[in-house]
Design a protein around this ligand. Structure first.
Ligand SMILES: [Ca+2]
Length: 167
């Protein structure tokens, strides 16, 4: 059963970013942020879910309102450039914007995964593209702020944010 759940994650990751390393919640990433461990939010209230299968711990839903921002504190082990990957689930595409230490990245489109995460295979690791390339941003060693903003009012459920060194 476990193998059947992990299979689609591997396929999606390989399909989308070749040799990218963060293919499941147990694979080593340089920084792994659980979506449910947000520090604050503005313009709405997400719901922390324990009923979705195939996620790393809990997940987040009801991030459905335009301009709703979810904030995270990111503790980076080293300064450098990091590639942005979302582990998400949604029936349709969703437009989002990212802020890292006050600098804007996006808007970018997050692809649909076939559903809102009710089934394990609907959770996929996706590297949103900006100008045809994965989103990469610098982090300082230690504390950083990362914010995600809903730009179109479309739903997007989140499991985790995976960052991998890109330099
Ligand atoms: Ca999670």
């Amino acid at each position: 059963m476990k193998k059947n759940i992990i299979g689609p994650w591997l396929s999606a990751a390989v399909l989308l970013f070749g040799g990218f390393g963060c293919v499941s919640c147990t694979s080593p990433c340089d920084i792994h942020i659980e979506a449910e461990n947000f520090s604050s939010e503005e313009g709405g209230e997400v719901m922390v879910r324990t009923d979705k299968q195939g996620t790393c711990g809990k997940s987040v839903s009801h991030w459905d309102d335009k301009w709703h921002i979810v904030n995270y504190l990111v503790d980076a082990p080293a300064a450098g450039n990091y590639r942005f990957v979302l582990r998400s689930a949604s029936a349709g595409t969703a437009l989002r914007r990212l802020w890292v230490n006050g600098r804007e990245y996006g808007p970018f489109e997050v692809p649909a995964t076939g559903g809102n995460g009710s089934a394990p295979q609907q959770w996929q690791n996706l590297a949103p593209l900006l100008g045809g390339k994965p989103v990469v941003f610098p982090l300082e060693r230690g504390k950083n702020t990362l914010s995600l903003e809903n730009m179109d009012g479309n739903p997007l459920n989140l499991d985790c944010i995976l960052l991998q060194r890109a330099d």
